[in-house]
Design a protein around this ligand. Sequence first.
Ligand SMILES: Nc1ncnc2c1ncn2[C@@H]1O[C@H](COP(=O)(O)OP(=O)(O)O)[C@@H](O)[C@H]1O
Ligand SMILES: [Mg+2]
Length: 444
Amino acid sequence: MNSAMTSSADSILSKLTVSPQTIQEGKRAEHSLDNISSPLAEITSPLSRNSSTRSMRVTGARRIPNAERERRSSRRSASATTSMSPAQAFLLSWNREGITAEPAQERPDDEGKSFGSKTKYIIGRTINQGGFGVIKEAHTMTDSGQKLVLAVKIVRKAVTEGESADGDKLHQDLEHEVSVWRWLEHPHILRLHEVYESEFATFCVMDLNVGGTLFDEVRKCRASAAQNDGRKGLKPKLARSYAYQLASALRYLHQDMRVCHRDVKLENCLIDMSVAAAEREEGGNLRLCDFGLADFLHSDSTVDEVSPERSGIAPPTPAHSRHPTTSSVIGTLEYASPRGLSVNRKLFETAGDVWAFGVIVYALCTGELPFRHPMPAKTVELILQAEWDDGALKRAAAGSDAVIELVQGCLEREIGGRWTVGEVLGSVWFEGCGGGRRGGEGGW
Ligand SMILES: Nc1ncnc2c1ncn2[C@@H]1O[C@H](COP(=O)(O)OP(=O)(O)O)[C@@H](O)[C@H]1O
Ligand SMILES: [Mg+2]
């Protein structure tokens, strides 16, 4: 377990009582995706969730009543005035010196502002601004005086009447994300350290990732295909290494933690390049992030099989018109499995993550998504047929019978025939990875 986080007196969610076994209630959300876009294309107002490129979230995590929020935040602001360590004093002076001209309208999440118990962190530059809020650098010092740069996800609270519905929804989503993420500790999963709540926002402190995402890697390799004898995709060694690291993370989630991610996609695979030179040569360290749609698996499969009407994901639909639509997708359309599009899907199926993993392996090898059409309705059709171009995979730089067998196992239409993550890790393509261990038994 994450000791740094659980020991934090200010960790708001350590006080929450969200049951790990609770299936969330879903909400219907419009979702039209006609392009795969860079995370940078997701920029919208920090409090708006209406970006068409965002993953769809279901809500229902327990909410913190207003009175409770106030009690917690007032306790927190009181703690900021208590005595400071030398490290904290240094950070505070950095904070004051760093600001020469005050911005017209200061916000507590501006660069140079502090947050956390005894002003432990100073906010740095913006890394990514999404529909949920913003990700920024967070500077701190250890008690031994070592400077550290981490990252912080900041989700603002509603400040005006008009923002209140959006702001509350964002906070429910974040609380849910943290209620799963806080338990996870694995070399290929982005680590959450601490969570703070103020009257203004919630701050999730996590490891800083330097190096972009798998989406960026695929985009780069598309641009350089011509230099590689026209053979598309990542170099075989890199494609295999990233795929193996992602499979290791999914094995940990599915088998050890009984968690389903439900938003496995290129943009949610961070590539950490702040590693030793030798490891950089190998492509760096992959870290899966974004647990906004993740949830604990339910042990009772009959309860798991909730109807969309009950879950709130889709409105009541007449029996005759029960066909898949893009508006009933949870996650991102291009990565959704045939069952994930079905109105009778199980909500928390690990098989959906394995399908999305197959989509990623195909994209790493070919530079293209296997199911993609400018018209979302056509993309749905392609997914339902589960037909993808194995010729493209064969012609790819990393193409081989072994990788085709692996992708076939993951993009199997019927859930019964689809591989589990243990079978994925035991595939011929991964022979020799992770010290040669096979079959899902430790080592990853
Ligand atoms: N710890 C981090 N360090 C660096 N970049 C990050 C970090 N966490 C997230 N990002 C960037 O921000 C993007 C959005 O973060 P994510 O948690 O996936 O939120 P969203 O719910 O908006 O998809 C990621 O795709 C990645 O590019
Ligand atoms: Mg994301």
